[in-house]
Every structure is written in C-alpha cells, then in structure tokens.
Ligand binder design. Structure first.
Ligand SMILES: Cc1cc2nc3c(=O)[nH]c(=O)nc-3n(C[C@H](O)[C@H](O)[C@H](O)COP(=O)(O)OP(=O)(O)OC[C@H]3O[C@@H](n4cnc5c(N)ncnc54)[C@H](O)[C@@H]3O)c2cc1C
Length: 540
C-alpha cells in the first residue's frame, strides 16, 4: 500500500463536529479533563454564530425575573415548549453569561450618571424586559472570535478545519448488538481523503438546516448535516416543520440576505408599505415587536397582496449618532448598497433563519444512541416549541454545552467496547463525470422548498414538494453510491434528507401553530393537547 492510499486514523476521548457557540463552548469546558477533536467543514468561525447580531438573552437585572423570561419563552412557543427545558435554560443563563464575560467577550457597556459602567441590555420581539446582552450589533463575531482564540491555545483541543463529517460510526453499522457510537468518517477537504475519527463520545453541533430554502440569512454551511447524520444513524428527529423566517433581511440582489437585527425594531424601527403607511398594528397589538412569525407572515401577506418585492424598515427618526453607535455594522453595510439608514427607510424581505426542530435530546444533550449527543441549533431540546424567541438560541447552545460537558465527564472513565472499525471503502466508486447533477439538484431543491414549504403552506403544495423530494432522494442516493464523496455531494445528500423531514413533519401537522401556517388548517387544534411531531427512522 502506498502512503497516499493509507487511511489516517485519529483517536480522542471526545469528537465534536462543529465549531460554533455549541461546539466550541463544549470543547472549552471539556478540554481540561479530556482530549477533544473539533471538526469544522470550513474555517473555525464560519457558522451562524459568527453572524449573530442581536445578542444573548438572560435575566441580568433585579427588575427582571426568571418567571418573566420563562413566561415570554412559553408564550412565543405557542403551547409546545417543554416547561422543564425552558426553566432549565433560563435558570442557567446568568452563569453562562458570566462564563463568557470571564472568557473576555467584549459585551457593550453603558455609563451611568454616577460614573459606574454596566452592561447595556436591549429588548427584542417577544421579551417583556430588556434582557439581551450584546456586543454592539456584532455579538456573534465577538463571541466567535473569543471562543476560537481560546480553543486555538488549548493543548487538549485538536482542531481540524476544512474537514466535513460524512456519517457517524455506530454499533448498528458495525453489525454489533449494541446501540453505541464509536466515531465518525470525515472527509479531509484538503487531501480529498476520508479519515476515521474514533471517540467514545461524539457530539453533533453542526448548526441549522436553513440552506434548504432559496433565501436564507444563514451562511452556506447551514445544510442540516448533523440532523441528517443523526437520522441515518437511527436518532429521533422532532418538530422539523417549525422553520423560522426572519422578517427583515436587506432586500438587494447582491446583499445575499443580509440580516437587519430585530433590535432595530426594538429601538423604535417602523415597518412601512411602499406608500409610507405603517401596517403591523393591523396584524398584532404589539406592532413591530410582535414575535417573528407574526411579523414575517404580515410582511409576506402585504408583499403578496401588493405584488411588491419588499417593504421598508425605518429608524431614521432616531439621531444619526444613536443609529451609528447601536448599529454600526448594519449602517455600514447598508451604505455599501446605497442606503443611508440615518436618513431613509431601507427595503427588507423575510428569509429562512432558524431551525426550531432537530435531533431529539434530553437535558444532557443525549440522543437515543449511547455516546451520541446533539447540541445547539442541530438539537431539539423542547426549549423553542413552535417558535423560537429572539436571542434564546445562542443561550441554548451555551447552556446545553455545559450540561453535556457535565454528563460526558461523569461517564469519561466508564468502560466501553472497542470494536474494529473498517476504513472507508472507496474501491467501488469513481470520480464523478457529471458534477452538474449536484448543482442542478441543489438549486431545484431550494427553489421548491421556498415555493411549496415556505411561510404559508397548503396540503397541495406539500404533496407536490413530497413527490419532488422523493425523486431527488432516489437520484442523489444512486449518485452517492457510484461516485467519490465531495463536500458538495455530502451537503446535497443531507439537504435532501432534511427537506424530506421538514415536508413529512409539515404534512403530519393538521393545524396552524407558531411557525407552521397552513391555509387548509388556519386555526390551532383546540380539542387535544399540543403535540410534538416526532419522526423515528425505525418506524419509517
Ligand atoms: C444572521 C444571523 C443572526 C443571528 N442572530 C442571533 C442573535 O442575535 N441571537 C441568538 O441567540 N441567535 C442568533 N442567531 C441564531 C444563532 O446564531 C444560531 O442558532 C447559533 O449560533 C447556532 O450555533 P451552533 O453552534 O449550533 O451552529 P453554528 O454556529 O452554525 O456552527 C455550526 C458549525 O458546524 C460546522 N459543520 C456543519 N456541518 C458540518 C459537517 N458535516 N462536518 C464538519 N463541520 C460541520 C460548521 O462549519 C460550523 O463550524 C442568528 C443567526 C443568523 C444566521
């Protein structure tokens, strides 16, 4: 065997797939006690975490209370939040914020009249108090940069950038009787070789699946890889119909859905029709501060009613100094596209933003496969219910990274089998001669998901989407079986799986609730208790 044919094997205590707030948050907590590998399919910072603008919610003032944060979260979730998960997250929030402050995240402060400095808190949609701690309007960048810096300097953390996970290795795949995870097969994108990573614990922290839609606020890598990997491995997946569309992204052909944070509305920004008329009061008494699903649907309604492509967001009544100091990134970015938000309204449109469903876990991040955990946007913990409240998501990443860390450390020294793991077998596949199949299917999938499974759904549209995704799943499955894996093929295969899970879940829900709105069932089901949509690969 030549050197280039040899398979590279790695061994760590813990393998973390994903380097966002969830993945690096966990790695940093574990690393003093265990050897940790962190896998990232792009550069470490390239995930949704980096792009977060608004901030992180937590009860940080005596005028606020856990009860209030819990109540707001439950209200946003429209009857589907798990009260235990909400309480758990809210009560662990202040300590996790302190952990970030101790790591050096440069949160924005305010100077009081007595000269004392305090953290500045904003208020976002659905929150009844100011409780969102932030670093100006680039919280994710500050957070991500801090976490990456610490991870790069920790000797127990080995970082693998440009490596993409294909699938986890389980007892079932090794034809063993147990239900454990043993590691993962990972494609090294620099060498095009698949490497074997062995570990006693594997964590899926791969972010959301919003790239399944044509318009999204998310970076290109949000292809639902962890959800698809878990599904193929035999994990339950829940509530995938609840995809959150952010109401306000900058409308511009070259802006690639640049997000305009909720905080602009929180600080008094008004939504306007092209004729300058305000319209949110017609849809909800909270006006522009109504939860995101209501605002997104209202904008979608007005855009379709008027046959326009966008509405306007206007904060120009505030002083230029206020706007520039609170929203420096957005102000700068809008200027690049020819809009001065200190002087004029800016055009905005909704785009897919957050995946509320995901891999079903308990409060310790555990899936139904032993040793396999899911945290962050990949996971379904029960926190968000039918709709995520703004700024609760990074919080969820941090809180569940902490509880997962505690659980893993409690199991670290327990015995587990060490089966022989075969190398990745490429003997039956060749290089693809038709890359166009991948690019064509990628576009087709995202277009029909946008048209048929978007903000407003019907039975007919969902049935159309289901027949199309079934065709794609077959075609991609065949292609995957014949050709060498590439980054694009791995992502497309995963996108098709998550699209199917979203469609199946949306078809199963015969009501409108939170983020799932159907013209055929416009009301929430009132005769039965609200239920989660749990899909299980075993029963498929
Ligand atoms: C524009 C924007 C603004 C937002 N603003 C806020 C906000 O203000 N407050 C808030 O709470 N939330 C906000 N959110 C949501 C929040 O940022 C995300 O939910 C959260 O950061 C997700 O963190 P994560 O660690 O789960 O995933 P991510 O940060 O997305 O990280 C995923 C990681 O997994 C890696 N990965 C994925 N697949 C693979 C694979 N197959 N193999 C190897 N690596 C893989 C990626 O490379 C990346 O490192 C915002 C999101 C966006 C897009």
């Amino acid at each position: 065997m030549t050197d280039s044919q040899k398979t590279i094997n790695h061994q760590h205590d813990v393998l973390i797939i994903g380097s966002g707030a969830a993945g690096l948050g966990l790695a940093l907590r574990l690393a003093d006690h265990a050897s940790v590998a962190v896998i990232s399919k792009n550069e470490l910072a390239e995930g949704s975490t980096y792009y977060a603008q608004g901030g992180i919610s937590a009860v940080l003032k005596p005028t606020d209370s856990f009860d209030s944060h819990i109540e707001d979260t439950m209200n946003a979730g429209v009857g589907l939040c798990d009260p235990e998960a909400v309480k758990f997250t809210v009560e662990h929030a202040p300590d996790n914020i302190q952990w970030l402050i101790d790591l050096g995240v440069p949160f924005t402060t305010d100077q009081h009249q007595n000269g004392q400095r305090d953290f500045h808190l904003t208020r976002e949609g659905g929150h009844s108090h100011r409780r969102v701690i932030h670093a100006a309007d680039a919280t994710g960048k500050a957070l991500s940069t801090t976490l990456v810096n610490h991870a790069r300097h920790h000797q127990n953390i080995e970082l693998f950038e440009n490596h993409i996970a294909i699938d986890v290795i389980t007892g079932k795949k090794l034809r063993q009787k147990d239900n454990r995870v043993y590691g993962a097969y990972i494609l090294n994108r620099d060498t095009d070789k698949v490497e074997t990573f062995k570990a006693k614990f594997v964590i899926l922290a791969t972010g959301g699946a919003n790239k399944v839609y044509l318009y999204t606020t998310n970076p290109d890598g949000s292809t639902g890889d962890g959800i698809a990997i878990a599904w193929r491995a035999g994990c339950e997946v829940a509530n995938m119909e609840f995809m959150q569309f952010h109401p306000t992204c900058l409308y511009h052909p070259e802006a690639k859905s640049f997000l305009i944070t909720e905080a602009v509305r929180g600080e008094g920004g008004k939504l306007l029709l092209p004729n300058g008329e305000r319209f949110m009061d017609r849809f909800d008494s909270r006006g522009e501060l109504a939860p995101r699903d209501i605002v997104a649907r209202a904008i979608d309604h007005e855009i379709k009613r008027l046959g326009t492509d966008f509405v306007y967001l206007d904060i120009s009544h505030k002083s230029a100094a206020f706007i520039k100091s609170h929203f420096p990134t957005i102000h700068q970015r809008c200027l690049e596209f020819g809009y001065d938000m200190t002087k004029e309204p800016i055009p905005v449109v909704p785009a897919a933003h957050y995946t509320c469903g995901g891999v079903k876990t308990d409060l310790n991040g555990r899936t139904n496969i032993e040793g396999l955990y899911a945290i962050g946007e990949t996971a379904f913990t029960g926190l968000h219910g039918a709709n995520r409240m703004a700024s609760n998501s990074i919080l969820e990443c941090l809180v569940f990274a902490e509880s997962t860390c505690k659980h893993i450390l409690s199991q670290l020294n327990s015995d587990s089998p060490k089966p022989d793991i075969p190398n990745w077998d490429e003997s039956q596949v060749t290089d693809s001669d038709e890359e166009v199949v991948v690019t064509h299917n990628w576009h087709e999938l995202r277009q029909f998901m946008w048209d048929y499974v978007g903000i407003v759904r019907t039975d007919k549209r969902l049935a159309r989407a289901k027949s199309r995704v079934d065709l794609l799943l077959n075609e991609i499955g065949e292609y995957y079986g014949n050709f060498k894996v590439t980054n694009d093929l791995i992502e497309l295969r995963n996108l098709a799986v998550v699209a199917d899970l979203i469609i199946q879940s949306a078809i199963a829900r015969k009501e409108s609730r939170g983020l799932h709105y159907s013209l055929d069932y416009p009301e929430a089901e009132s005769n039965m208790p609200a239920h989660n949509t749990v899909l299980s690969p075993q029963t498929k």
